[in-house]
Ligand binder design. Sequence first.
Ligand SMILES: C[S@@+](CC[C@H](N)C(=O)[O-])C[C@H]1O[C@@H](n2cnc3c(N)ncnc32)[C@H](O)[C@@H]1O
Length: 458
Amino acid sequence: MSQEKSADLSSKHVHAATTATSTQSTTARARYEQSHPAKSRRGSHSGSSIWPYIDTRTMDESQAGGESTYSYNSTADLSAYFREINGRKFSSLDSAYMLRADETEFWRLDKQHTAFYMGLGELYPCPDLVEHVMAPREGETIEMVDLGCGTGTWALSMARRFPHVQVLGIDLAPVPLSPDLVTPNLRFEIDNIMQGLTHHAGRFDLVHMRCVGGGLPDYAQAITYAAQCLKPGGLLIIFDYDMLVCAKDMVSTRKMATPNQPDGSWVQRFFYEFRWAYAANGIPMFDELLDKGLWEHPLLDGCGAAGLHIPLGPWATSSEPAEAQRLQFSGILLRQNIKNALSSCQTVMKRNGIPQAILDQWVQKCEEELDTLKLHNWAYLRMLWGQRRRENASNPLSGSASASTKNPETKPEPSDLPLSTWEPHRQVRVYHTMEECQAARKKRLDTIGEVVQPLVLA
Ligand SMILES: C[S@@+](CC[C@H](N)C(=O)[O-])C[C@H]1O[C@@H](n2cnc3c(N)ncnc32)[C@H](O)[C@@H]1O
């Protein structure tokens, strides 16, 4: 497909309205809780489900956006896919994604990738399910995709680990991988998840989407698009940040620095303000959505969820040498990554009118907190997984206007898909049900403390 077509596709992008302004008159705490996307989104979809109503029209190949935007190898001239703002490079395909696409950002993402890999001790959650779907099968091509693949490093690691699997990386921006590194079973496409990915419907054994929430005006819709790319029985993995930092007990939320909470965390405050700036730009907060897991998604079954804690800095210790090393290394890397992110995140905050002098002050306080380790903070990463239900008469993906597509309340029968029996290390909390996930969320929200009025609303 030509580059002209891709430019045309990007112009169809629709920004979701922000929920920020409707909440100004409520208390700060209530305002925070009301800012979550699923509440505002509920009314905009059919039925009571948080998931977008499954419309068989999205499976129609003839629909706009039904083809890949641009396939390439890394020697092609891809300059058209970047735009420059104040000397920094951004993807030109979709203005919703506001973080940079330049060397500094790629370097940060690779550091973050290593921190996640070390922190989790694996490339992915639920390794038993991943190995199950990636196992070679006679006469079948095993395929997987990494949506929002960034630098392509995770996709490359998977291509090396599973040489019999065809790996695709999709992103708004070209990946910076050197062509020498790209293995024969790995390729990349430039595309926008929010355009629907209908040309990949029913194709993949594994769909992975990590830390892409910052480019998704409608995360629930993106999850449905991702699920539609799966073969029946294929596995979807979502992995994303919670912008709330956890306290040392790995249960409660670290209180943020405010005039009444001078001992609170500036890192907590900074990322809280950052999320509001993002919301004001049309990217709603997604923590409430992710805390519901994928259990109720009509296309998915065999679901699970987990929370991964990685220390922000090398403060966590253990009497077990391997664990101590994992905590130290992942903590050092994630602290560096967060310090680099402070600078990337400022672009969005400045765009929303937060004065540079205030940003400089916040960054200085965050750096001090991270360098002195006076607060023992954990970053919290959410991991969700689910498997696409097998085809049956009531499956909306069968392509016909079946019972469940006419009535969004009707869910297909549970399938025989396996549940993960993964037993990870103790910085990972596995949730087997939505209720367990919700109970953990409640504890976090109950301990949030005083929440200030975000500056973008002031
Ligand atoms: C924070 S980076 C994470 C990269 C990678 N997944 C990782 O974990 O290292 C987010 C990536 O998602 C991409 N992205 C954001 N919104 C997207 C969209 N709507 N469609 C495709 N890619 C998107 C961005 O270009 C960026 O490379």
